[in-house]
Design a protein around this ligand. Structure first.
Ligand code: SF4
Length: 402
């Protein structure tokens, strides 16, 4: 499919909205009432630190709701007001936050169910309104909804669209897109749908494998076995790794994306030499500002003398998981929770260790003086962070007084 032409036509459709409905300020005001926190503001004003009794809370200097998420949720609120009588659907969780998604369900915004690994669009009728989430939707989904005569409210973050533009540039010049991301993640699924030939690499280790193949060849069967479901149809490593463009899921670990980009550049330089390099390699910086800021703030935070870390965000949130990785790499005890309700009753916490299933840890808060680092992913409202801090302080028997 000519994805550029399709997007161009969609942009001109009277049933396609990607800039809201002129009531963004009102929607953001509602959002702030529901999700902002006076305690968090107090901590921000106190150099991101709160002292209560034996407990010191250190908050990351950048955390929580990013611009793109705030914009997407505000647009969903606006859509509900603009289409009070229509049935409204979202093709996926609007963001990876259970509380925000539950709130939208309260507003009678339905979620498209996934059945046997496929989204079930049979519930969507002509004239229904369908919201595309902040991390986007595949071009095939957009086409299906457009063909069905739905009204599309597209909240895709402009940072994500920027990556789509990058892979379309690769496609136009017949470069293979190497996408640093998780092939099953909705954003990467969407990005892949705009690419021509592509390969998704999860991490530096997989990138090294591909680079070794570029320089030294190897077993095609083994290669394809390693990247099952992570490449375009008919991908051939012997043919499709000569011209490469690097792109990424916007929420990957910035340092890893940079290292992967440099590794491919170095590999193609070694294979084709400096004069030919530009004919074989292209790269654009597409890590979003919010992701960078949150990761940088996390690197500063873990330099403090912390007893432990608490990272708050959806368990399927990529950017939150990367914040957790930074804490683990630093050797800190770190608990990833998706809501304050995971804490208690008593001194217990239900959390998700990196790459493992949810588990319960008893007596997780040590006795005596402690310093707790706190951060949250880009989909987490301040109210969730506030509730987490309150539970920690209550457990340490120093409830917050307003
Ligand atoms: S994390 Fe970045 S790309 Fe994702 S919604 Fe926020 S601003 Fe957009």
């Amino acid at each position: 499919m000519d994805t550029r032409a399709f997007k161009r036509d969609l942009n001109h459709s009277p049933n396609y909205f990607r800039r809201g409905f002129g009531k963004q300020k009102e929607a953001v005001a509602t959002l702030n009432t529901e999700y902002q926190s006076s305690l968090i503001q107090e901590i921000r004003d106190n150099s991101y630190r709160l002292d209560r009794g034996d407990t010191t809370i250190f908050l990351a200097e950048s955390f929580g709701f990013c611009w793109g998420v705030e914009r997407a949720v505000a647009m969903a609120y606006e859509a509900r007001n603009h289409f009070p009588a229509e049935r409204i659907w979202i093709t996926n969780e609007i963001i990876h936050n259970p509380g925000v998604n539950a709130r939208l369900q309260d507003m009678e915004v339905g979620f498209i169910e996934v059945k046997e690994g496929e989204k079930d669009f049979s519930v969507v009728d002509t004239g229904d309104v369908v919201i595309l989430p902040a991390f986007g939707a595949s071009v095939q989904e957009m086409k299906l909804l457009d063909d069905r005569g739905c009204t599309i409210v597209d909240t895709t973050c402009p940072w994500v669209s920027k990556v789509w533009n990058s892979v379309e540039k690769h496609k136009k010049r017949q470069y293979t897109s190497i996408i640093h991301g998780k092939y099953k993640h909705e954003e990467t699924v969407a990005t892949s749908s705009f690419a021509g030939t592509y390969l998704v690499v999860l991490n530096l280790e997989q990138a090294r494998y591909v680079c070794h193949y570029i320089l030294h060849g190897g077993s095609k069967e083994e290669f394809l076995g390693k990247f099952v479901n992570a490449h375009s149809l008919g991908f051939d490593p012997d043919r499709d790794l000569e011209k490469i463009g690097v792109a990424n899921q916007t929420t990957m670990l910035k340092s890893e994306t940079e290292a992967i980009g440099k590794l491919f550049e170095k590999t193609l330089l070694e294979k084709y030499g400096p004069v030919e390099l530009n004919a074989h390699f292209m790269s654009f910086n597409t890590i979003c500002d919010a992701t960078q800021e949150r990761q940088d703030a996390m690197f500063s935070l873990v330099r403090q003398d912390l007893s432990l870390m608490v990272v708050i965000g959806g368990f399927n949130s990529s950017n939150t998981t990367h914040l957790q990785e930074i804490a683990i790499e630093k050797g800190l005890v770190s608990y990833h929770i998706d809501s304050a309700d995971r804490i208690g009753p008593g001194n217990r916490i239900e959390h998700k260790p990196l790459g493992k299933a949810i588990e319960v840890t008893e007596n997780w808060l040590p006795e005596g003086k402690i310093a707790v680092g706190i951060t949250s992913g880009a989909s987490t409202p301040d109210k969730s962070v506030e509730a987490t801090i309150e539970r920690i302080l209550t457990l340490k028997e120093t409830p917050v007084q307003y």
